[in-house]
Write a protein that binds this ligand. Structure first.
Ligand code: 5RP
Length: 217
């Protein structure tokens, strides 16, 4: 099986957790499978809250109603992918640049199910360059502070987030204490969001593998 088939397998397993209501929906190629599968059972849900313009467009194309988070209150379920996850369900997210809205919807949800292919499971976060969303005028200042933390920030040139900000991808970090590193980066003036999801980790990780689905909670 190829990686895309493993992603679809994880997305299919997450569909079993959809029990109606309004579903929080993440962003990325794994979530795209989830959206396509959600469309097949759209008559059983009220709709969705989206974490990005691209997921909104895909859901609308399927006829899934998309609601503003301000109009829904707390959500029962959020489903999203990840770039890396530990067995403690600490994540790196933001490879697609949607980390800020993803963190907002995850924070507004009672349960966060992360879906991925098995290659995303790691012992230590940081091999995948850590995305950090930054206010444009703070780019150089934030980059200098990230160097002090031991990282090598690289400006994701030509990319603007849905919120009008830029992304610094931080290479060469070995994130031994994800909660502390998330807090340290959050404390840098000009940082909007760090792609570490440890203060609010996933609640369940569903991994697609050639031998079937693995679930970690
Ligand atoms: C987007 C994300 C994605 O969930 C992450 O990049 C994983 O993407 P994919 O499912 O395409 O591997 O955080 O901002």
């Amino acid at each position: 099986m190829n990686q895309d088939e493993l992603k679809r397998m994880a997305a299919q397993a997450a569909i079993d957790h959809v029990k109606g209501g309004i579903i929080g929906v993440g962003t990325g190629s794994t979530v795209n499978h989830f959206i396509d599968l959600l469309a097949e059972i759209k008559h059983t849900i009220e709709g969705a809250v989206s974490s990005s313009e691209v997921s909104t467009e895909r859901m609308k194309a399927h006829g899934i109603p998309v609601f503003d988070l301000n109009a829904t209150g707390e959500l029962d379920l959020y489903v999203d992918g990840a770039d890396e996850s530990t067995k403690h369900l600490h994540l790196i997210k933001g490879g697609g640049g949607a980390l800020t809205r993803e963190k907002i919807v995850a924070g507004a949800s009672k349960r966060f199910i992360c879906i991925a292919d098995e290659s995303k499971l790691v012992d230590i976060l940081g091999e995948f360059p850590l995305p950090v969303e930054v206010i444009p005028m703070a780019r150089s200042h934030v980059a200098r502070q990230l160097v002090k933390l031991g990282g090598t920030p690289v400006w994701r040139d030509g990319f603007i987030t849905d919120n009008g900000n830029i992304i610094l991808d931080v290479h060469n970090l070995r994130i031994m204490d994800p909660v502390k590193t998330e807090q340290d980066i959050n404390n840098i003036a000009g940082v909007v969001t760090t792609g570490i999801f440890a203060l609010r980790p996933a609640d369940l990780l569903i991994l697609g593998s050639p031998s079937g689905v693995t679930v970690i909670d």
